[in-house]
Design a binder for this molecule. Structure first.
Ligand code: BGC
Length: 832
């Protein structure tokens, strides 16, 4: 849409109309404004799927693999296809703008949202982010790159002041944002909760000086949810939209901002610019009259997610046991806490309700293997929501529960038949009532025992709860917020109250849970709770012994260990990188009983694997999305290549890793440029598995590297001296062309990620020993050689100095290979 048209729409609005648009109408949507031809525009989380406006099982969402998994593919085309899939989902669910991608860096694996970010490396993060945004936006759905900036951990995230030197900020933390603004023209940026150098990000001068002035960004800046906390400073900064709304409930703008403009404390031209940016976003997503939304292309979601899962799995170690032969394979012992319940996503705002999930056990069974299962040890720290086959509707028919809603005067005003036992109302109670109109909830269901034993029955949530079983009261208590808890922690890990109930096999009990909505600290916008159930299980000692016996008696043991969304989540950082519970002991004892043990690690971020050298194979599978189990069977059986390479260094111990703990409210990035492999190189530490590492099912030789070759398009030689020219390439196309020849030396078709790292011997500037400068995906048949062209961008040779980008002229080394620790080919390039 023409800029003049947008401006004339702004000019038609009164100050009140304009200011109203600058705060959300509710938790997830912007106000419509007929005066400007603007319809309601809907925003939704998040990186692992498109949740939509409802956050429960009634409105399911395709659950894609975690962003760490996407980055492990190192495959921009695949990630762009995932962006298209998400656009398709967004349109299906009435969503205009996705609150993704998250491009904060893996500064340390302790970071709670590590699983939600791509990589420790700014170039890999930028490439994945650009592809993700292009996939979405070329299909007409807006992306929101977040969280700007230095929101790389969760501890005290609302207030922490991150101190990071300017060079580190530019070369590492801002770099993905810069690439996504300049190369993918992202439509929206989310300002983070934290401060950087003393300014909270919703008031930060960086929004204007960097985003607007330096990068020429014409999109919208929205606050993270409740991150805006001032009238004038936030309005004068380049913050355009406060979320969530309405202003009357969440502040801080609304009437206070209108008043500030009237009093001359905020210039109305600033307001006009913010409204213009909102209308521009609306025009881009088809939210203004006169523009029709682009229709995203159809997509085969299960197929795409299954292939992406396989392409992300990193085969970190394999003594030849994998792939397993399909024919003649005897009994497969499937063991481990993450084998039966698929852990497909991390916790926090990135959670969605998938339509189904394929667990590792389901996937291997469906593949037709002779599978026997033993859980081995408990991996979850909290009891989860009651589910089928134990949870039944009150009339005993299908799985699920019934919710009845009552007004303050005690009258029943609505009811819902639900399929599960997780309840989240974030923006009122839908068509049933506003937060003020609903005072009490009653949840009814039947719990039916599958085996005799002690069941733990209870609730998690905030406020007053009364639980009854067959009419007898089990408790009547108020569950209170942990002082200082973050909103995401409150949502993901609220207080839990459980009561033991003994049941005989097949016995049913009628359960009723009553909740006083207005006693919840969340009552202003709704409430959330879940009915929990822990079913009987043996002690860890008994379960481990049974698993070991099964492994000894089977041909192969597949042990699936990992974390859960309660361990890796928004709202808090991890305090330990160890696998929860006694999983390490489980692996050790199974491996001692069976030399043919494959360990599948199902976590969004690295966990410590102290037994890694003692098992036949280690496959790192991330949080694999809803098709996890299918993808796993494909890879274990060799029907798909384990295509992933590590997007982050996998530590051998927690030693030497940057801390997430602020000191007196300040978190100083003392390690500067040296995060991830840059830090390991500097300190001479050796990780368990290096950045970029991963094996396939074939082998490769690295045969030659040529600088200034004809490979990449356009052939860019502008930086080479002597004789270099300066063609008018856009910044991302300026650089040095290198060609790397690799050959598939194995016996099956395979995939290799050819990686090129730069280094600068004898530099006058402090630098990492090496840094990722380019990469390419190669697929080849046995015996086939491929000469792949890779453009090393100009930025890979630059460093930030004295307020600008500098190039230290002279000779850089480019080293190519299969990981940051295996670089057999080197070449020198002299740049000027
Ligand atoms: C998160 C954002 C998210 C927002 C809306 C915040 O807590 O930090 O990433 O988009 O909530 O759910």
């Amino acid at each position: 849409m023409e800029e003049a048209d947008l401006r004339s729409r702004v000019a038609r609005l009164s100050l009140e109309q304009k200011v109203r648009l600058l705060t959300g109408a509710d938790f997830w949507a912007l106000y419509p404004e007929p005066g400007a031809g603007l319809r309601r525009v809907v925003l939704s989380d998040g990186p692992a799927g498109v949740r939509g406006e409802t956050w429960d099982e009634r409105d399911t969402s395709a659950n894609i693999p975690s962003p760490t998994a996407l980055a492990a593919t190192w495959d921009a085309e695949r990630v762009e296809a995932i962006g298209r899939l998400l656009a398709h989902e967004a349109r299906r669910k009435g969503v205009d703008v996705l609150l993704a991608p998250t491009v904060n860096l893996h500064r340390t694996p302790f970071g709670g949202r590590h699983f939600e970010c791509f990589s420790e490396d700014p170039l890999l993060t930028a490439r994945m982010g650009v592809a993700y945004v292009r996939g979405l936006q070329n299909s007409g759905v807006g992306a929101t790159v977040k969280h700007f900036v230095a929101n790389d951990s969760e501890t005290e995230r609302m207030t922490v002041d991150v101190r990071v030197d300017e060079r580190t900020l530019r070369e590492l933390y801002l770099a993905p944002f810069e690439a996504i603004v300049l190369q993918a023209s992202v439509w929206s940026v989310m300002a983070a909760y934290n401060q950087v150098d003393g300014s909270t990000m919703t008031e930060s001068p960086l929004l204007r000086t960097i985003l607007h002035d330096e990068w020429g960004y014409d999109g919208l800046v929205m606050s993270d949810w409740t991150a805006a906390r001032s009238v004038e400073p936030a309005a004068r900064a380049a913050l355009d939209l406060v979320m969530p709304g309405p202003a009357e409930r969440f502040g801080p703008w609304g009437d206070a901002l209108t008043e500030a403009v009237r009093a001359g404390r905020v210039d109305e031209a600033l307001i006009d610019d913010k409204v213009l940016r909102i209308l521009r976003l609306a025009a881009r997503v088809g939210g203004l009259d006169g523009v029709s939304p682009v229709s995203p292309p159809p997509v085969d979601i299960p197929r795409e997610l299954r292939a992406t899962g396989a392409a992300s799995f990193v085969l970190a170690r394999n003594d030849g046991l994998l792939p397993l032969p399909r024919t003649g394979l005897g009994r497969v012992a499937v063991i481990g806490p993450n084998a039966e319940v698929a852990r497909t996503l991390g916790g926090g705002s990135a959670t969605v309700f998938p339509p189904y999930t394929i667990s590792p056990l389901d996937g291997l069974r469906e593949a037709g293997l002779d599978v026997t299962f033993a859980p081995g040890a408990l991996g979850h720290l909290r009891t989860s929501a009651a589910r089928a086959p134990w949870l039944l509707r009150p009339d005993g028919t299908g799985p699920g529960s019934e919710v009845r809603f009552f007004s303050p005067s005690g009258e029943q005003v609505g009811a819902e038949q639900r399929d599960g036992a997780v309840f989240r109302w974030m923006s009122g109670f839908g068509s049933i009532g506003t937060p003020e109109q609903i005072a009490r909830l009653e949840i009814s269901c039947v719990i039916r025992a599958t085996e005799a034993g002690v069941y733990q029955l209870g609730v998690s949530g905030l406020g007053r709860f009364r639980l009854l079983a067959d009419g007898a009261e089990l408790f009547d208590e108020t569950l209170a917020l942990r002082p200082g808890a973050d909103i995401a922690e409150t949502l993901m890990a609220p207080p839990q109250r459980l009561v033991p109930v003994s049941l005989g096999a097949g016995q049913s009990v009628a359960v009723r849970l009553e909740h006083d909505v207005h006693s919840s600290p969340m009552a202003g916008f709704g409430t959330f709770l879940q009915l929990d159930l822990e079913v009987p299980h043996g002690t860890d000692d008994e379960e481990i012994a049974a698993a070991v016996a099964l492994a000894a008696d089977s041909e192969v043991a597949v042990v699936v260990v990992g974390t859960t969304a309660e361990v890796e989540s928004e709202g808090f950082d991890r305090t330990s990188l160890a696998l929860p519970g006694r999983q390490d002991e489980l692996v050790r004892r199974v491996a001692a009983a069976s030399p043919r043990t494959v360990v599948v690690v199902n976590s969004g971020a690295p966990v410590l694997l102290p037994w890694a050298g003692d098992v036949a194979a280690v496959l790192l599978t991330w949080f694999g999305g809803q098709e996890f189990g299918h993808a796993l069977a494909d890879v274990l059986l060799g029907e798909a290549e384990p295509g992933g390479r590590l997007p982050t260094t996998w530590p051998a111990s927690a030693e030497g890793l940057p801390s997430t703990r602020p000191d007196g409210g300040v978190l100083t990035y003392t390690e500067g440029l040296f995060i991830g492999y840059r830090g390991y190189d500097r300190d001479g530490r050796v990780p368990l598995f290096p950045f970029g590492h991963g094996q396939g099912y074939t082998t490769w030789s690295y045969d030659s590297i040529t600088v200034d070759c004809d490979g990449p398009e356009p052939a860019a030689v502008s930086l080479l001296a002597p004789g270099g020219t300066t063609p008018p390439f856009p910044p991302d196309k300026r650089g040095v062309a290198v060609c790397v020849e690799v050959r598939n030396t194995g016996s099956r078709r395979g995939r290799e990620i050819v990686q090129v790292y730069a280094s600068r011997p004898d530099s006058a500037v402090e630098r990492p020993a090496k840094w990722l400068a380019g990469f390419a995906v190669v697929d080849a048949d046995p015996g086939e050689a491929v000469n792949v062209g890779i453009l090393i961008p100009e930025r890979s040779f630059q460093h930030w100095s004295d307020g600008g980008w500098s190039l230290e002229a002279g000779a850089f080394t480019l080293a190519a290979g299969s990981s940051s620790a295996s670089l057999p080919l080197t070449a020198s390039v002299t740049v000027k």
